[in-house]
Design a protein around this ligand. Structure first.
Ligand code: 13P
Length: 338
């Protein structure tokens, strides 16, 4: 029997005290790319060292309510033999898990992708629950160009996201539903707004169809932004207005909350934009609105660490700082000169 109360309570805990989520679930390929760019060895041992640095960061729990892990981290230990899961739980950071298995080209739509990982998912979920994991993440990816995305791609990804969310809830795990409209490209802010709205509409239709309990799920969307290479860039005020207007039209008030991905925005821009949403629209938003960043929290710390033990303390400081900036943004109190 699905325990709806427990799901709702978990979603509330993830969104509580103005905290947010830390995504530390980069796949091995993504980690390799980020390590490679900084000359850090691309090995399992260095991924373990790096994630040890993250989970042992002092005061991380002041700003972070939940951490999304990659499968590999579930069994990893610190130098002194403690499991990452135990450390997070001791800090009262709820551990979550990325359960999708990445994207592949969508059959007959070679420019677009579908996310894989549904086969055997309910069995995996039961194991994750037993291990103490209480929320999960699945990322669908939507590309924008002159003709994309297609309706087929949006529908296929929406169906898959809803199927994943239903499987999570059946197992007592809160689903984070992540339909990411990428910021790569030259498209305008207006086009991103239209596509994001279409995608979210389709995703929530699919969630209704599959009886997903909205109070027990969290949406992880992109902000509405112009493409990275669009000539017409806009300020935080415009991003906040377009993003919140879009969500007010298509995101039900009942959901457990919204937690943004950062998608390649700089750490300061991501904080500034989240801050502006709270400053201007905090009083009228029907959902708790927070962050679930990976790059916008981790990147400065990774650049300081560079794989060197001597840099661990400074990197941890940078990590805790970015997390704290985003908690401040959630309270409309972020100041880049902080
Ligand atoms: P970014 O914040 O770096 O976009 O990562 C968030 C995430 O979890 C991607 O799936």
């Amino acid at each position: 029997m699905t325990n709806y109360q427990e799901l709702k309570h978990l979603a509330e805990r993830l969104m509580s005290n103005n905290k947010g989520l830390l995504a530390m679930d980069e796949s091995t390929g993504t980690c390799d790319k980020r390590f490679g760019a900084l000359g850090i060895p691309q090995t399992e041992e260095y991924r373990r060292k790096y994630r040890q640095l993250i989970v042992t960061t002092p005061d991380l729990e002041e700003s972070i309510s939940g951490a999304i892990l990659f499968e590999e981290s579930l069994h990893q230990l610190t130098d002194d033999g403690r499991s990452f899961l135990d450390i997070l739980q001791q800090k009262d950071i709820i551990p979550g898990i990325k359960v999708d298995q990445g994207t592949v080209p969508l059959s007959f739509f070679p420019e677009e992708t579908i996310t894989e990982g549904l086969d055997g998912l309910s069995k995996r979920m039961a194991t994750y629950y037993q291990m103490g994991l209480r929320f999960a993440k699945w990322r669908a990816v939507i590309h924008i160009d002159a003709v994309l995305p297609t309706k087929t791609c949006i529908a296929a990804n929406a169906f898959t996201l809803a199927r994943y969310a239903a499987i999570c809830q059946e197992a007592g795990i809160v689903p984070i539903v992540e339909p990411e409209v990428l910021m790569d490209g030259t498209h305008t802010l207006q086009r991103c707004a239209v596509v994001t709205q279409d995608v979210l509409k389709e995703v929530f239709n699919a969630l209704y169809e599959q009886k997903v309990y909205l109070e027990g799920m969290i949406l992880k969307p992109n902000m509405v932004l112009p493409g990275l290479h669009c000539l017409d860039q806009v300020n935080a005020e415009v991003v906040a207005h377009e993003t919140i207007s879009c969500f007010l039209k298509v995101v039900p008030a009942a959901i457990g909350g919204i937690a943004f991905l950062s998608g390649g925005q700089s750490p300061t821009l991501a904080s500034e934009r989240l801050n502006m949403m709270h400053l201007r629209y905090g009083a009228i938003m029907p959902w708790p609105l927070t962050f679930s960043f990976s790059r916008a929290i981790q990147q400065p710390a990774l650049e300081i660490w560079k794989g060197e033990d001597n840099n661990i303390a400074a990197a941890q400081k940078a990590l805790a700082y970015r997390a704290a900036c985003n908690r401040a943004a959630r309270m409309a109190e972020y100041n880049p000169t902080l």
